[in-house]
Design a protein around this ligand. Structure first.
Ligand code: ATP
Length: 308
């Protein structure tokens, strides 16, 4: 069974009324990898993940998790997977440490509860009732609950939403350790930096479908495309600049005085741009050649930003 994928979703459809929240989605997650499902609000990330967790039944398509059907084989699957829900699932008056100890006791080889609380910065509030925890503390407790049983596969739905930078780094570190221990991680996020930093594979979803997938490196590289950014005085004549540049280069002034060129940004193009600037009395400030980001990729694919 080890050679089967950790998660295999084929042609998944999930409708609410007449509307398909997930609309023919395919996703394969290799064992021992971190896969990020990246997409804007309402793209269908939670619906997909909750279907894999067995909380929702597909209207069409197939879902296999560790080779099993998440609904029919729920009892066999539960002890092998860790689940972090976006919210809820905890009795409001139970204390944080009690809750975690309870979860740990359900598993044969749990992680050390005290150490886990400490590393997620929850050691100071172990005796605090769940409902009195801050949003970020509740979020971290949910993360701890998902991993305490040393699952083979963990689903993390927006694990760092609402966390401060320090807690975010602690959560990222935990994900990296899970991966190093051979745990498969599927996480949803709309933070492109999170996907770029943590994921071996990214599936960009929009409108209930996967619209691009691959390693962050491959998605961002997109051939030889790169971005050159600089600032200068507002309103430069980009038409004149483009005449000096190879066909296929695009230029934009997304904010006054901020310029962005995309295309094959090589040493020759950089030389042409600086020479054009010199001829036009422009001192380009903060000139930088940058890799495309996943945000750029999403924008190119959909014409919208990830947060829109
Ligand atoms: P977010 O980033 O905001 O969490 P998401 O990508 O996780 O978004 P989903 O929560 O899967 O998206 O929602 C996809 C679509 O399905 C949305 O339009 C949402 O309003 C709708 N939807 C989700 N759950 C239900 C439900 N139980 N009943 C009706 N519509 C739903």
């Amino acid at each position: 069974m080890r050679d089967t994928a950790a998660v295999e979703v084929a042609g998944l459809v999930k409708r609410y009324g007449n509307r398909a929240a997930v609309d023919g989605l395919d996703l394969t997650v290799g064992r021992g990898t971190v896969t990020a499902v990246l997409g804007p609000n309402g793209a269908g990330k939670t619906t997909t993940i909750e279907t894999c967790e067995g909380y929702r039944r597909p209207d069409a398509g197939t879902v296999r998790v560790l080779g099993l059907d998440p609904v029919a084989d729920a009892a066999a699957l539960r002890p092998r997977i860790g689940v972090m829900l976006q919210s809820g699932g905890v009795y409001p008056t139970v204390r944080a440490a009690e809750m975690l100890r309870h979860m740990a006791a359900l598993h044969a080889r749990p992680l050390d509860v005290g150490a886990l609380l400490e590393r997620l910065g929850l050691d100071g509030c172990g005796r605090t009732p769940y409902r009195r925890l801050s949003g970020g503390q509740q979020q971290r407790l949910a993360l701890a609950m998902a991993v305490v049983g040393r699952p083979e596969l963990v689903f993390l739905d927006e694990p760092t939403a609402g966390l401060d930078p320090q807690a975010r780094r602690a959560a990222w570190e935990l994900v990296r350790e899970l991966r190093a221990d051979g745990v498969t991680v599927v996480l949803s996020t709309h933070f492109m930096d999170e996907a770029e930093t943590l994921a071996d594979e990214v599936a960009i979803i929009d409108g209930g479908r996967v619209i691009a997938r691959g390693t962050p490196e491959r998605l961002c590289r997109g051939g030889a495309e790169n971005t050159l950014r600089f600032t200068g005085r507002p309103g430069l004549d980009l038409g004149s600049l483009l005449k000096a540049l190879p066909a296929g280069t695009a230029a934009a002034e997304p904010a006054p005085g901020v310029y962005r060129l995309t295309g094959t940004v090589d040493p020759q193009l950089l030389a042409t741009v600086t020479s054009w600037c010199a001829q036009n009395g422009v001192l380009p400030d903060g000139i930088a050649v940058e890799r495309r980001t996943l945000e750029d990729v999403f924008l190119e694919l959909t014409g919208r930003g990830l947060r829109s």
